[in-house]
Ligand binder design. Structure first.
Ligand code: MN
Length: 440
């Protein structure tokens, strides 16, 4: 988790777009994804740099890499990154260092020539899911979100008694995780409106987004062998943006007592680029728990996690309605916050997931749960901003308002890291659109 020469904020690339101010993908970032360079072409792994993608299948075939970097690039030539994630931190870091060396401003020779020949414009590429996701689990680790939503469901007792003792989660649905850029039909289902004696079947009337981050599992563990907290980060490849779309009316009717089901299984959108934990090293922050609140049990506590278990990722949610598009207006920002406010760290979530013996597999996806900060303006879901639908959320650009999402609304999540003494790096975006309910 230490920083090295690949985090040097003064480093520049010979690729001009990688040095552009405000780019999400400078040479210090090097996030991994999967793409097709052209329609009909085979999917393969790549690394985003500036406005281009390093085609790792092409670079691997050029034979200019050696050692663990060559092995890593060969794994990335496949249509999913599961095998590369299984290789663990030495391969991840080895390939990062090799790419950095070939991309830096003073690189030359056959290696840099091969890298230049492997570049594909991002504008020409079709971005795909980075892994074959075997399992997806979504946590619930913002105490601010838990209190805000808890007030809607249980006004007298918003926080459940377990929340401050363990990172709670539900097992989600991997089959409906999609990559940024598409959409989904407004889900049908059951809800019981207030005062109604019986539930009604129909299209969701309280459709919401959830601002989250996801992280992908690296080597993973055998069934029955837990991953100790101190080792947990060796099993986290990197992070992405994640939108856990939620049908609140369906969810709140169905989830007592077994948790979310159809209210959350119709679509989950992730950003295509996975920013590695290596790239995030300059932005780690202490895990801090107020002294008057329960401290983690020993198996969820460890000096490294206390010193730097958190990550300061700046996040924002924007909404683009049909009217924004018609009038050519920029999307309105609904909220902004940081991942650093979560009550549990990614390492604690991963350790908790395995403590009973559950096996995590390479390429599995874990979500942080909605990321809501301490103030009202930092809420990561519209059910919080609209206080359960009782208050209109203003969209200043068009003059529209929302309590929940309407058809043709596009929700855009963005994330980035920046601080003095480090290069700014970004996650790109996660974008998804609500389509009208479909006829069966
Ligand atoms: Mn969620």
């Amino acid at each position: 988790m230490a920083t090295d020469h690949t985090h040097d904020p003064g480093a520049r690339s010979w690729l001009a777009s990688a040095n552009a101010p405000g780019t999400d993908f400078p040479i210090q970032n090097l996030p991994f994804g999967v793409f097709r360079p052209a329609a009909g072409a085979a999917a393969r792994g790549g690394v985003a740099i500036g406005d281009a993608i390093v085609d790792l299948a092409a670079l691997s075939a050029a034979g200019v890499l050696g050692g663990v970097a060559a092995q890593g690039a060969a794994a990335c030539a496949q249509p999913v990154l599961n095998d590369f994630m299984a290789m663990g931190p030495p391969a991840w870091r080895g390939l990062r260092h090799a790419l950095f060396a070939l991309l830096r401003a003073d690189a030359g020779g056959a290696g840099a020539d091969a890298l230049r020949a492997s570049l594909v414009p991002q504008a020409d590429a079709e971005l795909l899911l980075p892994t074959r996701i075997g399992d997806y689990t979504d946590f619930y680790t913002s105490i601010h979100h838990a209190r805000n939503v808890g007030r809607v469901i249980r006004p007298d007792n918003p926080l459940t008694p377990n929340f401050q003792w363990l990172p709670i989660a539900y097992h989600g649905r991997a089959s409906s995780v999609v990559v940024s850029g598409g959409g989904f039909h407004r889900p049908m289902g059951q809800a019981r409106p207030p005062g109604s004696p019986a539930p009604l079947y129909g299209p969701c009337a309280r459709l919401d987004y959830e601002l989250e981050m996801g992280f992908y599992v690296g080597p993973g563990n055998a069934q029955g062998r837990r991953i100790p907290l101190a080792d947990a980060e060796q099993h986290i490849f990197g992070m992405c943006l994640l939108n856990d779309w939620s049908a609140r009316d369906h969810q709140f009717w169905e989830m007592d007592p077994l948790g979310p089901f159809l209210g959350k299984n119709f679509c989950t959108t992730v950003s295509p680029w996975v920013v590695t934990m290596d790239a995030l090293a300059p932005f780690r922050v202490p895990f801090e728990r107020p002294a008057d609140e329960p401290q983690p049990l020993p198996y969820l506590d460890e000096p490294g996690n206390r010193a730097r278990g958190g990550v300061d990722v700046r996040l924002e949610v924007r909404l683009e309605t049909a009217e924004h598009r018609q009038r050519g207006l920029p999307p309105d920002r609904l909220s902004a916050t940081s991942l650093r406010h979560q009550y549990w760290t990614p390492a604690q979530m991963l350790a908790q997931h395995t403590v009973g013996g559950c096996n995590l597999q390479s390429g599995d996806l874990l979500g942080t749960g909605t990321i809501s900060g301490p103030t009202e303006e930092e809420a990561g879901a519209i059910v919080e901003l609209s206080r359960g639908g009782t208050r209109q959320v203003a969209l200043p650009a068009t003059g529209e308002t929302r309590t929940f999402l309407q058809d043709h609304d596009t929700v855009i999540l963005r994330g980035w890291c920046e601080k003095a003494g480090a290069a700014r790096i970004g996650f790109g975006e996660s974008r998804g659109t609500v389509w009208p309910a479909a006829d069966a």
